[in-house]
Design a binder for this molecule. Structure first.
Ligand code: PMP
Length: 350
């Protein structure tokens, strides 16, 4: 898709929106007497509004992710970026979005809130990317296509070349959610936003970076798309405490945690088939395993009674009989395996 075709996809009133300009847009220095924003002058530590453009944190994330700051949007979790995609591109009640199914539930929830219909396309055999069916599902009002790789809840990552071909072929915006990409050997497509004008890549600090409580999501896209998202967001969408704490946390590498989770994932996946009630452990590129068992409700109830909380996905399309189990600390994974052993032996919690 050519860059100039993006404009035609933008919701018309957003294309011409005059965004809120904050008091600090006009003066960016840090020294001075600030009588412009009706703040309290008393130094509580939090009396000044945070930078609405998050310049310092974007510079840090730019270095970490290898993309210019103009290609980076920061949101209150990637959930904010998902919602903004609908608000920037979709006219409520008119436009629609295409999405793989099953996938992360917020795409459908955010679509519903924005009165946008979702055309769900089931994954192919072995949870493969249904590229042809996704393209066939689109019409002239399909502004967005949601893909998730590694996908939640199936755990598998799609082939990067297949994803790229689909982005090139799709006539609207493709939102590729890479929340779990740090755990995958298939890597990330985020550098491709520099050449693919209709690609938005989402990442988050909630998973591999261990900062879920701070709520920091990232969208990578062309400078034009980032500017549209920034104009629609709340002016101070990332609070000062999050800016400070994220900035400090990013100084400590998380590679050790990620490699431990990847090796624990392999250990738990290898242990599970030993029990007769485990039918299938789906291959995972994420920090969780999708496990098909004989009686998902009974096993879920047993684990819960044993103080182990997993996600029962057995009523999700293509996931009959499946529990989604997050990889924890080695000691927590041991506890899970011990509990499964007791379940197999009939020592069942009810
Ligand atoms: N994308 C996917 C695929 C997820 O599974 C989740 C959360 N479970 C999110 C996004 C939300 O991430 P955040 O905490 O950044 O809002």
């Amino acid at each position: 898709m050519k860059g100039n075709n993006i404009e035609a996809l933008v919701r018309p009133n957003i294309r011409t929106l005059c965004p809120y300009s904050t008091a600090r847009d006009e003066y960016t220095g840090s020294l001075g007497i600030f009588l412009d924003a009706n703040e309290s002058p008393y130094p509580t530590g939090w009396n000044r509004y945070p930078d609405p453009h998050q310049k310092a944190l974007k510079a840090q994330i730019s270095a970490l992710k290898g993309l210019p700051a103009e290609n980076i949007f920061l949101g209150n979790g990637s959930d904010e970026a998902i919602d903004l995609c609908f608000r920037v591109f979709c006219t409520p009640g008119v436009d629609n979005a295409v999405a793989i199914s099953p996938s992360y539930g917020m795409y459908t929830v955010a679509a519903g809130i924005n009165d946008v219909a979702v055309r769900s396309v089931p994954l192919g055999p072995g949870f493969s990317l249904p590229a042809r069916a996704l393209l066939d599902a689109a019409d002239a009002h399909s502004k967005l296509l949601f893909l998730c790789s590694p996908n939640n809840p199936t755990g598998n990552a799609f082939d990067p070349a297949e994803l790229e071909a689909l982005v090139r072929a799709f006539p609207g915006i493709v939102v590729l959610d890479e929340a779990y990409a740090d755990f995958s050997a298939k890597g990330s497509l985020r550098q491709k936003v520099l050449e693919l004008p209709n690609l938005i890549v989402l990442q988050t600090l909630s998973k591999a970076y261990g900062l879920a409580a701070l709520r920091l999501g990232m969208a990578f896209a062309s400078a034009r798309i980032i500017s549209l998202m920034s104009r629609v967001k709340y002016p101070y969408n990332i609070n000062q405490a999050a800016l400070d704490q994220v900035s400090r946390a990013l100084a400590s590498p998380v590679d050790g945690y990620v490699s431990e989770i990847v090796s624990e994932r392999a250990r738990v996946a290898a242990a599970l088939p030993a029990w007769g009630f485990v039918r299938r452990v789906h291959p995972s590129d994420a920090n969780f395993l999708l496990v098909q068992v004989d009686d998902a409700d009974a096993l879920y109830a047993h684990l819960l009674a044993d103080g182990i909380i997993v996600r029962n996905r057995s009523r999700v399309p293509l996931c009959a009989g499946c529990l989604r189990i997050t990889i924890g600390l080695p000691s927590e994974n041991d506890r899970l395996l011990q509990s499964l052993d007791r379940y197999e032996k009939g020592d069942i919690h009810r």
